[in-house]
Structures are given as structure tokens and as C-alpha cells.
Design a binder for this molecule. Structure first.
Ligand SMILES: *Cc1c(COP(=O)(O)O)cnc(C)c1O
Length: 458
């Protein structure tokens, strides 16, 4: 439609659409995206004013190569000129086969451990988790353990918004209280100690609790599911890599499958290709999503060992019981292949290193703010944790005035910049985040503690 003012667009949205975790409200804070290029978004507010901002969120972990990347654009256009979609029941195509081969080649592996060789393509992260949980239950049934139907997770986790996925999210901070009759039955171990403050004693104490809980419930458990190394939406909590080896040990001891949800951590974000690689631990099942298509299209995948695939295929059901309409969408697979091609070029390692260093130094001044409880980074992820809940609307607006798009939650203002972010982009992000927190939440006047655009030396 022509002649529609941007103000009108936001009002029309508020009248008709739902947004993530949001009320249907005529006052919902919203910005219109007019364009997106590289790391930048051009936003327009409902006052009609434009703001150019750096996307500190990579559109929720996904846009790792930036907007309008020429290689991804070309891959999408090439596939569009061929065919955009065909059903995956009984049919196959080049982009899906290439993607499965690429994922298997990249997946964590270790000597003496079965590789992740079989791929199920799903349409979102939550669906990939659903499929992983179904597969684990089907595997146990096929292996003569039909009573093993529940899951062990660790507190503080996030695995998606569909029912089974919600059921393994943190039982307190997750959505369990809204659906009490539908999400019961899973078992939760404590959250491992924070990476920054963990000691051999606290890790051992955690391991002892994990052992006890696993032993007490193992007869009814199908699998352990965790986000390796970094819990994302459950609180941006990083924990020691050695905990992954302990989870592997407990799973093996009790005949449970180990599922790593790498939907947020996968494809380099934490400084290794997968978070599992920090510990050299190989899960039995792995879920990836978010950055898989470089943020172009919705696509996720579940990988498992050939042993699991064989057991389920040979079981009574004779199949893995899932089959989305848009499974293996060729357009999404083609862009994913282009994105993984860029990743395989290897430049991500230097990118993540550069961003990690920039976050570490750029967020350090936030430690001086009274409102701030903790500042931490892990790979190309930076977190400012406040003592109290973030005023999301005010901090978002303040950050936009400083040229940065962030989406805080709970008491966290955090960033995971696109890998193409320059040192100057990262500086803009960290300065904007710090300034926004200072302006909205701190009693200390902003100018005494906020770094300049060019950092402390300027
Ligand atoms: C985002 C996320 C999911 C859910 O993915 P969707 O694509 O939003 O369904 C699951 N697990 C983790 C760790 C995530 O970060």
C-alpha cells in the first residue's frame, strides 16, 4: 500500500498482531524496520523519527553474517529460480542432502564415541527439541524400556515454547506455572556453578547432586537435555565445560541419552564451533537452529547417532514419528548451505575473538555502575546483569538514542553481535548498552561512568 504513514503502520500492527511474549495492547512499544543492511537497522518510531542502530542482538542470535549478505542473497535467489518448496515425504533434493552432509561433517566428534550421522530437518528450534525428545522416548521403548518417558534437565534452562520443550525449561522461571496440568513430570538438577566463580569444590558438589538425582530417577528417565556451556534465554548463565563431561558420565552410567541443545550456542558463538567442543564431549543427540540460515529463514535440525536411528527404525513404530509440512524447505536449506559455507571458511574464529575482546573491554566500565550486579562475557556474548528487573521500554529507547538495538529481559541487558561487527561497531554496542543502563537505572550521573564513543582513552 502506498501513502501509509509509518505511524499508521505501527498502529495497524497494534490493532491486529501478536508479538513475542507480549500482550495484545494498543500501547505496545514497537519500532518499524525500514531497512536492514550489514549490522545496521533503520528504525522509525511511532513519533515518526528515524534511528540508525547497530543490531546488538543479531535478531536473536541468528543474523551472524549481517543483513543482505551478498552470498546468502545469491543462494536464496538461485534456489528461488529453481524451486522454493517441495514436500519431503517421498521426495528429496540437493539442498537438503548437501545440508545434512555439511552438518554431519561439522558436528562434534571424539575418538571412541559414535558420531552424529543422521539428520532430521525441522522448521524451528522448538520443533527440533520436540523431535529430539520424541526420538529419545522412542529409542528407549525400542530398547525395551517403555517406562522411560521423562527427562532430566538442569535448572535455568530454556529449550523452546512448544509443550514438551516448555516442560524441560526451568520449572520456576519458565512457563510451568501457566500450564500446571500439562508440564509436570520432568526432573531438574541444580544449575551448575557460574563459570566465573566456580571452584573445584563447587563443581564437585554440583556433580554429587547430579549423581544423586540421576540415580534416584533413572528408571523413569529417557534422556538428559541441557544447553551446553551457556544457558541463554534462561538467564545467560555460563558454566564450566567440565560439567559437560559429568553429564556425559551420568547419562552413560544409567543408559540415558544425552541431548545438547546448541540452538543458541552453535556455529561459533561461544568461541568453538559448538559449545560441546569446549569439553570434547559428544552428545547422542544435538539440536541446532537460530544461526543455521544466517537468520534468513526459519530452519533447525536434529542430529543423532546411527545407533539411535537404527534402534528407532527397527522398533515397533518403525519410524521416527514426526513430519512437518515444510520439512527440508529447499529455500531455507540453500541459504543454510551458503551460511555454513561462510562458516567453513573459518573467518568466524577471528571474528568471535575480536568481538569477545571488544565486549570484555567495552563492558568493563559498566561494572562501576551501582545498578549493576555482574558483567560477564563468553565468546561473542556480553551480559550486563542488574540487581533489579530492567525497565525494558526505557532501556530499549535509551539504547536506540545511542544507536544500538537491544532487547533486555528480566534483569539482563545483553548482546551477541553479528560476526561481521567491526571493533567500532562493538564499541558502539558496549557504549550504548552501558549508557542506557546508566541513564535509566543508575543513581551515578551517566557522564562519570560512561565510556566515550571511542572508548576510555578518548
Ligand atoms: C531459541 C531457542 C530455542 C527455540 O528455538 P525457536 O526457533 O525459537 O523455536 C530452543 N533452545 C534454545 C537453547 C534456544 O536458544
Amino acid at each position: 500500500m502506498t501513502g501509509v504513514t509509518p505511524r499508521g503502520l505501527i498502529q495497524r500492527d497494534r490493532a491486529r498482531l501478536w508479538h513475542p511474549y507480549a500482550p495484545a495492547s494498543p500501547d505496545l512499544p514497537l519500532w518499524e524496520v525500514e531497512s536492514a543492511d550489514g549490522v545496521r537497522l533503520l528504525l522509525r518510531g511511532d513519533d515518526g523519527r528515524q534511528h540508525e542502530v547497530v543490531d546488538a542482538m543479531s535478531s536473536w542470535w541468528s543474523v551472524i553474517h549481517g543483513y543482505r549478505h551478498p552470498v546468502l542473497d545469491a543462494a536464496a535467489k538461485r534456489q528461488l529460480d529453481s524451486f522454493s518448496h517441495v514436500m519431503f515425504g517421498g521426495l528429496t533434493h540437493g539442498p537438503a542432502v548437501e545440508l545434512a552432509e555439511r552438518l554431519v561433517d561439522m558436528a562434534p566428534s571424539a575418538p571412541g564415541r559414535s558420531r552424529l550421522e543422521r539428520v532430521f530437518l525441522a522448521d524451528s528450534g522448538s520443533v527440533a527439541v520436540e523431535v529430539a525428545l520424541k526420538l529419545a522416548v522412542q529409542f528407549q521403548t525400542a530398547s525395551g524400556h517403555p517406562q522411560r518417558q521423562r527427562f532430566l534437565s538442569i535448572r535455568g534452562g530454556y529449550h523452546g515454547d512448544t509443550f514438551a520443550a516448555m516442560g524441560v525449561c526451568d520449572p520456576v522461571d519458565g512457563m510451568h506455572s501457566a500450564f500446571p496440568g500439562l508440564l509436570a513430570g520432568n526432573v531438574f538438577a541444580p544449575r551448575p556453578p557460574a563459570a566465573a566463580s566456580a571452584t573445584p569444590e563447587t563443581v564437585q558438589a554440583w556433580a554429587a547432586e547430579l549423581r544423586d538425582i540421576t540415580a534416584a530417577h533413572s528408571g523413569g528417565l529417557a534422556a538428559i537435555i541441557v544447553e551446553p556451556l551457556l544457558q541463554g534465554a534462561g538467564g545467560m548463565h555460563a558454566y564450566p565445560a567440565e560439567c559437560l563431561a559429568m553429564l556425559r558420565q551420568e547419562a552413560d552410567r544409567h543408559g540415558l541419552l544425552l541431548i545438547f541443545d546448541e540452538i543458541a550456542t552453535g556455529f561459533g558463538r561461544t568461541g568453538e564451533l559448538f559449545a560441546a567442543d569446549h569439553a570434547g564431549v559428544v552428545p547422542d543427540i544435538m539440536c541446532v537452529g537460530k544461526a543455521l540460515t544466517g537468520g534468513y529463514l526459519t530452519l533447525a535440525a536434529m542430529l543423532c547417532t546411527e545407533d539411535i536411528a537404527a534402534a528407532v527404525s527397527g522398533g515397533q513404530a518403525g519410524a521416527l514419528l514426526h513430519g512437518p509440512t515444510f520439512m527440508g524447505n529447499p529455500l531455507a536449506c540453500a541459504v543454510a548451505n551458503a551460511s555454513l559455507g561462510i562458516i567453513n571458511g573459518g573467518g568466524w574464529r577471528a571474528d568471535v575473538g575480536r568481538i569477545a575482546a571488544g565486549l570484555e573491554s567495552g563492558l568493563a566500565p559498566a561494572r562501576e555502575l551501582e545498578a549493576v550486579r555482574d558483567v560477564r562475557t563468553i565468546g561473542a556474548v556480553g551480559v550486563i546483569e542488574l540487581h533489579d528487573a530492567v525497565d525494558v521500554t526505557a532501556v530499549t529507547a535509551a539504547a536506540i538514542r545511542h544507536g544500538v538495538w537491544v532487547r533486555p529481559f528480566r534483569n539482563l541487558v545483553y548482546t551477541m553481535p553479528p560476526y561481521i561487527s567491526t571493533a567500532a561497531d562493538v564499541e558502539q554496542i558496549t557504549a550504548g548498552m552501558t549508557a542506557a543502563v546508566a541513564e535509566v537505572h543508575d543513581r551515578v550521573p551517566a557522564r562519570t561512568c560512561v565510556p566515550t564513543r571511542l572508548g576510555g582513552a578518548a
